[in-house]
Design a protein around this ligand. Sequence first.
Ligand code: FAD
Length: 419
Amino acid sequence: MKAVVIGAGVVGVTTAYYLAKSGHEVTVVEREPKVATLASAGNAGLIAPSHSFSWASPTAPMELLRSITIEDTALRINPFKAPGMAAWGLKFLRECNAGRSVKNTLVKLRLAQYSQRMLDEIAGAEKIDYHDIHAGLLYLYRDPKRMEAAVAKWELIRDHGQAQRILDPDGVAEVEPALAPVKHKLAGAIYGPTDSSGDSVKFTRDLQAVCERMGTRFVLGKSVTRLLAKGRRIGALATAAGEAIGGDVFVLSAGIHSPQIARTVGVRLPIAPAKGYSATFPVKSDGGVVPRVGAVDEELLVAWCRMGDRLRITSSAEFTGYETTYRESDFRIIRKLAETLLPDAAEYEHGSYRACNRPMTPGGPPILGTAGYDNLYINSGHGHMGFTMACGSSRIVADLINGVKTEIPVEGLTLTAHP
Ligand SMILES: Cc1cc2nc3c(=O)[nH]c(=O)nc-3n(C[C@H](O)[C@H](O)[C@H](O)COP(=O)(O)OP(=O)(O)OC[C@H]3O[C@@H](n4cnc5c(N)ncnc54)[C@H](O)[C@@H]3O)c2cc1C
């Protein structure tokens, strides 16, 4: 079959890989001149099944309300900048009750565990070195009361097959010697020993090269403006340059822009942008104390990992519409993290900065499978865990297209599960 994939972030390129691998003639259409330039370029690089908790939780509405008046909350909303968010916001609130939150978390966990396995399998089979580090991830707490509450909360993940260790400050220093000088600032950590980290840009671009060797065509710098439907099928897509690209099957993996493209054939996708800030610094080459184990400061909600000779640090989730502007002050939480926990890790005066948008569904799990038309598939809405969940999601979508039984259930992942 002729398969057309829209969008070449980590999700689109892994989709192309599985489709090409199963013998299809694949074309990928991407608006930017290179693959992996939007969300896939700014993430913290954590492969973190342990962090599968749904953002829609019983405490989230209060956190968002506080953010309207208080500057430094991790989850933020600006109702003036995100005026079109009302319908999505109501759906998000509906997912915030305890029952839905647990259900969504477990759907994500199952997908994330499967996806990490698929990522390791691809990297092994295709010999892709993406600066991956398989040393677990640390989820750090500064306040003993919050740490105690977290131990109770994280039982859910542990009870569903995710390895976990509770560490005191000495234990943290043992796992990550770079944190030994600051261990007195910590109450402890939850350690996910099987979590990992890596560079999603390098992974995606190396996988693009593998796809090209299998015959996949990457049409770069072409924006898809709409889909062209004929009865119950999509016949082609149209680009801004006026071309039509036909195919037998279409996969929409355009991140936060998927809803806009789906709407051209009347399909509504509940995916909204959640902006994050991302800073990258060269690690100190001598005399530095550079971390090896990726981590999240659970109180500042700042995440980091080493990517070769660089340190990536990311922060914040702001519902402020589609824009990706930033000011120096938007990086204050990242600076605070660097000063307090990683003061000697990197050359902080030589940073590069960006903002990008996570494609969020209200409940958290992505949308996988057909939508509205027999040959239109969605692989979008991976939110804060798209690097973690990409390979598994793409394998599932390829299996659905091929009519093969998926290795894990698709329950909770289809469009009908995202009313
Ligand atoms: C600050 C931050 C930190 C994060 N940290 C982590 C982490 O540690 N671990 C993790 O697992 N995930 C993390 N994520 C989430 C992860 O990066 C995303 O979920 C993932 O990159 C989404 O991939 P994607 O391919 O769906 O989207 P994208 O990477 O945004 O790709 C979508 C592509 O579609 C293209 N496109 C859009 N519209 C069109 C069009 N009309 N025509 C053609 N092409 C189009 C875009 O140009 C883009 O290349 C983080 C995200 C952010 C923002």
